[in-house]
Write a protein that binds this ligand. Structure first.
Ligand SMILES: Cc1ncc(COP(=O)(O)O)c(C=O)c1O
Length: 392
């Protein structure tokens, strides 16, 4: 049974979307014609205009990747101090906070959305709080209305790590229009990509000059360097990939939507699996398909055994950022995040996944979990047996 179901080629958790070869090569011909490879080239500018339109943003700036975009967004904050964020995120969020000289204050997450728990933020605000960095985990929007309220009431900037949320809308509004700044990642494995890439959407026009300088060594004119900047510029090859991919994005999201609903249909009947529900007011991008298992053993067992079927899932996000060896935080303070992180598993999700593949993945998961339950029952029976043999 197992051998029959094994995929002939590995199915990975994500698969970068590549455009038609000729479309890309057609686009990069411009680079040879212009002899312009980086530093705000014509493709960069065209990509920026198209992205601004697609993301419905007031202002946008492009960067070499999402991480550096986030670091530079944080660098625009004038005074150092504390930043409130979540441990249930990718390493990048916390590293960006640390690398820009802020202290991280962790807030726990909501058990249903896995996003920062807005009910717990206010008790963490002190006179040293300089920003809130909230993450739209798996593309599910945070409670943007309540976060806006907190940011306004306390006068604290609100920065979104929207790495997962490209193309998402809430109540018909573009997600990047909430908060002060939003960072979208355009890494190869994301819903939309420019090989590597990051884009900041923001409202304050006066940030443009600063961001442009910061991503180009702090240079403000041919003879002035006003900031200690870095090199975070997007090059023309990245912009060309982004331009070509942007034409396909709506179609890709629709294909992902089909995959998502097929998973929902086949997995909702399997005991031991909890699915994440999408709110009705959200236009989603279906970037990930996370499931929650009953406990850590079950999750780890499934993750391991699926490999025998050439099926590669990902414990995403595990470990939590407040358990990383490079920091000395304590995850005891965020028990919901610990609970979720111990049970989460991201299943393969990309637009080219066929319905037959999704059905096969679900069948395999069902079989593996049935085996797990049998083994678990045997373990329990043996334990009871051992206990009853113990002398009283
Ligand atoms: C939540 C989150 N933040 C930040 C990043 C960093 O983005 P990039 O890979 O484009 O640097 C990622 C990337 O995977 C991410 O998942």
């Amino acid at each position: 049974m197992g051998e029959q179901l094994k995929f002939p080629k590995p199915i990975h958790v994500t698969k970068p979307k590549l455009p038609k070869f000729e479309e890309y090569t057609d686009k990069i011909k411009d680079i040879w014609e212009n002899n312009w490879l980086t530093n705000d080239g014509p493709l960069h500018e065209e990509f920026k205009t198209n992205l601004k339109d697609y993301l419905g943003a007031s202002e946008v700036e492009l960067f070499t990747n999402g991480h550096l975009a986030l670091e530079l967004a944080l660098k625009t904050l004038e005074v150092k101090g504390e930043i409130i964020t979540t441990p249930f995120t990718f390493a990048s969020t916390i590293h960006a906070i640390k690398n820009t000289g802020f202290r991280t204050v962790f807030c726990d997450i909501e058990s249903n959305t896995f996003n920062i728990d807005v009910k717990q933020i206010e008790q963490l605000i002190t006179e040293k709080t300089r920003a809130i960095v909230a993450v739209h985990v798996f593309g599910n929007p945070c409670d943007v209305v309540e976060l806006d309220r907190i940011s306004r009431d306390y006068g604290i900037p609100l920065i979104y790590d929207a790495a997962h949320a490209f193309g998402v809308k809430v109540d018909g509004n573009y997600i990047g229009e909430y908060g002060d700044v939003s960072m979208f990642s355009m890494h190869a494995t994301k819903v939309f990509h420019s090989i590597e890439g990051g884009v900041l959407c923001y409202k304050r026009k006066d940030l443009t000059k600063l961001l442009k300088a910061l991503k180009n060594f702090g240079i403000t004119s041919s003879e002035t360097v006003d900031y200690i900047g870095i090199n975070a510029k997007m090059n023309e090859f990245q912009a060309a990939m982004g331009l070509v991919n942007l034409k396909e994005i709506d179609q890709d999201i629709l294909k992902r939507k089909e995959v998502y609903h097929l998973y929902e249909k086949h997995l909702s009947e399997i005991p031991g699996i909890n699915l994440v529900r999408i709110n009705r007011n959200v236009q989603h991008n279906y970037s990930y398909f996370p499931i929650l298992l009953e406990n850590l053993n079950m999750r780890d067992y499934l993750n391991e055994v699926l490999k025998e079927y050439n099926l590669f899932t990902r414990k995403y996000f595990y470990p939590l950022c407040n358990d990383f060896g490079c920091y000395s935080f304590n995850s005891n303070e965020t028990p919901v995040a610990v609970y979720v992180s111990d049970r989460i598993l991201a299943l393969p999700m990309y637009s080219e996944l066929t319905s037959d593949e999704v059905k096969q993945i679900c069948t395999i998961i069902k079989i593996v979990l049935e085996d797990y339950h049998v083994q678990d029952n045997n373990r329990m029976t043996n334990q009871v047996g051992e206990l009853s043999n113990e002398p009283v």
